[in-house]
Design a protein around this ligand. Structure first.
Ligand SMILES: [Zn+2]
Length: 299
């Protein structure tokens, strides 16, 4: 090959790489904008009824069908919102995020962010379904008053409606690391997330349940369903949160100065970090779908 041909080839290669990178950056920016729009819609109201109807309006825009399931739990009534995608004769992978918020702030990081990630996942898996599983998404009500929506949902499960795995999304607003709770990190669901994060260079940290804040994953773990929980967070904060959980004194982590306070507002969101983390979650679910083909051995 002549020197000139060689240089031309190298130049063409550089141009190809830089145009791919700019397409990717353009895509991230587009998704970040969409995320902010969805967050603004979900957090327009603070009551569960308001937030559920905002999510329903976003699903309508996406032309995705949903149903709402009423429940009574611990003397309170609520409504979970459910979306089913794919062939329901296949084993079901369940994904959940709570939409209710505490009385202060706007419940953006906790957990309109998780709901927005669910909407993004619904959009992507509706466009390109899994091959070996159907997906069910549940937007849980009344998490903040005692995990009531998820508890009622778990109680309603039968042997036939039991999922092969459950992914809970709670706290998704900013951060460089996917913090994952898994009682058994070697099993297929958490292993798929570790693999996807490694490939995309998104940070991942895995913790057992006792070192992870309790949320809607708890009733699923108690029911012996293969469960993980994921949150997007700054890596530097994880140890600080663990210290708080274990009762150690020390610096109070910024995430705990945000959630359940008047400061859980749109200003806390880094939509670019969220948009960059989303493909790793999508890829993890696809890896799980491929590796557990024709088996329900999620654990
Ligand atoms: Zn939450």
């Amino acid at each position: 090959m002549s020197r000139a041909t060689c240089l031309l080839k190298a130049l063409a290669c550089c141009l190809a790489v830089s145009s791919t990178a700019s397409v990717c950056l353009g895509q991230v920016a587009k998704e970040a904008t969409q995320l902010k729009e969805r967050l603004a819609t979900i957090t327009r109201g603070s009551s569960s009824a308001d937030r559920a109807s905002s999510i329903a309006s976003l699903l309508d825009l996406m032309k995705v069908e949903y149903k709402s399931e009423s429940f009574e739990e611990d003397g309170k009534s609520g409504k979970n919102l459910i979306v089913d995608l794919g062939d329901e004769s296949k084993p079901q992978l369940l994904i959940g995020a709570h939409f209710d918020q505490v009385k202060v702030g706007n419940g953006v990081v906790d957990n309109a962010g998780g709901c927005s990630l669910m909407l993004e996942l619904i959009e992507r898996f509706n466009a390109k379904p899994l091959e070996n599983h159907c997906l069910r998404f549940v937007f849980f009500d009344l998490e903040e008053v005692g995990l009531l929506g998820s508890t009622a949902y778990v109680k309603s499960l039968t042997d036939e409606s039991k999922p092969v795995g459950f992914i809970n999304i709670d706290i998704f607003g900013y951060g460089d690391t996917l913090w994952m709770m898994s009682p058994s990190p070697e099993s297929q669901l958490p292993a798929s997330f570790s693999k996807a994060c490694k490939a995309s260079k998104l940070g991942i940290e895995v913790s057992p349940m006792k070192q992870y804040p309790p949320a809607d994953h708890v009733p699923f773990v108690k029911a012996d369903i293969a469960t993980i929980a994921i949150a997007l967070i700054d890596n530097a904060e994880i140890q600080l949160v663990k210290n708080v959980i274990s009762g150690k004194r020390g610096e109070f982590p910024p995430i705990l100065q945000t959630i359940h306070t008047p400061d859980d507002t749109m200003e806390k969101i880094d939509s670019t970090q969220c948009a960059k983390a989303t493909p790793s979650v999508v890829e993890a679910i696809r890896i799980f779908d491929r590796t557990t083909a024709n088996s329900d051995a999620a654990e």
